[in-house]
Design a binder for this molecule. Structure first.
Ligand SMILES: C[S@@+](CC[C@H](N)C(=O)[O-])C[C@H]1O[C@@H](n2cnc3c(N)ncnc32)[C@H](O)[C@@H]1O
Length: 248
């Protein structure tokens, strides 16, 4: 029998099996929140910024006025979504420390009237059905305890005709990108991440969670299972990451 990719990823946790994944993920992001933005841009050589820009552009035709950014962290995707000139963006996350960094960022950028940073769990979203015109999530779904549940919740709170865009790491398949990526992700990144973040596990959990997580067609299957229509996957930078789209 084919292993359920959803379950496989759910068993990859930051600190072992003693507590549930959700609690561990929140704790891990609380631990690295202060250094998250710096490490993100440094370790990706700034490419993550271009990926968010590209993903947000896919929402332009729908002209969304209300956008939910799930697993918003410090709010970089929420800020990028402002390029669409929406009336309101809500970012939700289960890490209070990430949200705190994000709230300061919104104040500094003078966008705190438009962007609300709010505590909330993707698997039990505190919103009514059909609330938002669009939903975004970058590098979040892989961390959910039950990804398909989070995806179904995102679909539920989106208005009919609305669109979701998701960025997630994938696994490049071609030589020599695959080899270079594995070397970087498994050998270099954990060391550098540990040095700066002071969390021994965060940057070894990262490649482990990516390895265990479905990508490409397998991820689109999860989206379909969660109720999405018109699903589509587009590879970014030789397949290091992918953008997934789906509508309601
Ligand atoms: C890698 S960060 C990504 C942050 C941001 N989207 C970005 O692009 O930089 C992943 C975030 O997902 C959040 N997260 C994980 N599971 C979650 C859940 N069940 N509900 C809401 N947020 C969650 C974590 O707390 C963390 O802030």
């Amino acid at each position: 029998m084919k292993e359920d990719p959803d379950n496989k990823a759910s068993h990859v946790t930051p600190y072992g099996q003693e507590t549930e994944k959700k609690e561990q993920v929140a704790r891990m992001f609380d631990n690295i929140a202060a250094k998250y933005d710096f490490l993100n841009h440094f370790l990706s050589l700034g490419i993550d910024i271009l990926w968010r820009k590209k993903a947000v552009k896919l929402l332009t035709p729908g002209n969304p006025q209300t956008i939910l950014d799930v697993a918003t962290g410090t709010g970089d995707f929420a800020v990028e979504a402002l390029s669409l000139k929406p009336k309101r963006v809500v970012g939700i996350d289960i890490s209070n420390q990430m949200l705190e960094v994000g709230r300061k960022k919104m104040k500094k950028k003078k966008v705190d009237e438009t962007v609300e940073m709010r505590y909330g769990d993707s698997e039990n979203l505190p919103f009514d059905d059909n609330t938002f015109d669009a939903v975004t999530v970058a590098f979040g779904v892989r961390n959910f305890q039950t990804p398909v549940k989070g995806l179904a919740e995102m679909n539920r709170v989106m208005k009919p005709g609305g669109k979701t865009v998701i960025i997630e790491f994938s696994q490049p398949q071609t030589f020599p990108v695959k080899q270079a990526y594995n070397l970087y992700f498994e050998k270099l990144l954990p060391g550098v991440g540990q040095l700066f973040s002071k969390d021994n596990r965060a940057y070894t959990y990262l490649p482990e969670s990516v390895q265990a997580f479905p990508h490409g067609e397998d991820f689109l299957d999860l989206m379909k299972k969660a109720g999405y229509k018109n699903t589509k996957a587009t590879q970014l930078t030789f397949g290091i990451a992918s953008i997934y789209e789906g509508s309601k």
